[in-house]
Design a protein around this ligand. Structure first.
Ligand SMILES: [Zn+2]
Length: 126
């Protein structure tokens, strides 16, 4: 891929990464606000964790979001490394070029659409 295009995707990934980090930090802040108040006091801390654990639906939603965003963050970091390696935009399975349309929609895509479909067909358990 040309340097100019790599730079374009690098920007795209960095922006996406920034958004992801903000979401993670938002959840982190809301979770640790009260924990921080009791920092150093381990018994208060564990009591607090028990409170947090019983704190149901909202937290479950946050947990799901957090897990998803952390996964995205990891993917974005891998994509960044692929930019530096200049292997970005090349399917990790078959070595074909990933279409730019696909890369713009999913900048951390590692597979071309054909391999992606094949892999989804292979394990249909998600
Ligand atoms: Zn492929």
């Amino acid at each position: 891929m040309e340097m100019k295009k790599l730079a374009f995707y690098k920007d795209l990934i960095l922006k996406e990464r920034e958004k992801t980090v903000k979401i993670i930090e938002g959840i982190d802040k809301s979770w640790s606000k009260t924990i921080r108040d009791s920092a150093g006091d381990i018994s208060a801390y564990t009591t607090h964790l028990a409170d947090l654990a019983s704190d149901n639906n909202e937290r479950e939603k946050d947990t799901a979001t957090l897990e998803r965003e952390l996964r995205n963050l990891k993917k974005l970091d891998i994509a960044l490394r692929r930019i530096y390696d200049k292997t970005f935009g090349i399917c990790v399975f078959c070595g074909a070029k990933i279409s730019e349309k696909r890369l713009i929609a999913i900048p951390f895509a590692e597979m071309c659409i054909k391999c992606k479909r094949n892999s989804e067909g292979a394990n249909n358990n998600h």
